[in-house]
Design a protein around this ligand. Structure first.
Ligand SMILES: [Zn+2]
Length: 89
């Protein structure tokens, strides 16, 4: 049995999407800055744990919930702003 926090996957997916669509501007898109952005965003979002016995079976239960996605994106935009202003390198 393994535990997974689905929020981690949502945050990563939405960050990749925002960058791809150029909806956000990253001063630096190196791995450290991306990980910092994800960590800051995740700290402000509630975790969504699931238990799986066959590795990760990812069910995007909340994908159709507009408010849920809006919360993830808003947390990401705030995190990007913080990292843009205070990069750790
Ligand atoms: Zn960087």
């Amino acid at each position: 049995m393994e535990m997974h926090n689905l929020m981690e996957y949502e945050v990563k997916l939405n960050l990749d999407r925002l960058i791809e669509k150029k909806d956000v501007e990253l001063n630096c898109s190196c791995k450290q800055c991306r990980m910092d952005i994800m960590a800051i965003a995740l700290n402000s979002l509630p975790p969504k744990y699931v238990v799986s016995d066959k590795g990760l079976i990812y069910q995007r239960i909340n994908n159709l919930n507009y408010q849920f996605n809006a919360d993830v994106i808003s947390a990401l935009v705030k995190a990007i702003d913080i990292v843009n202003r205070n990069p750790r390198h």
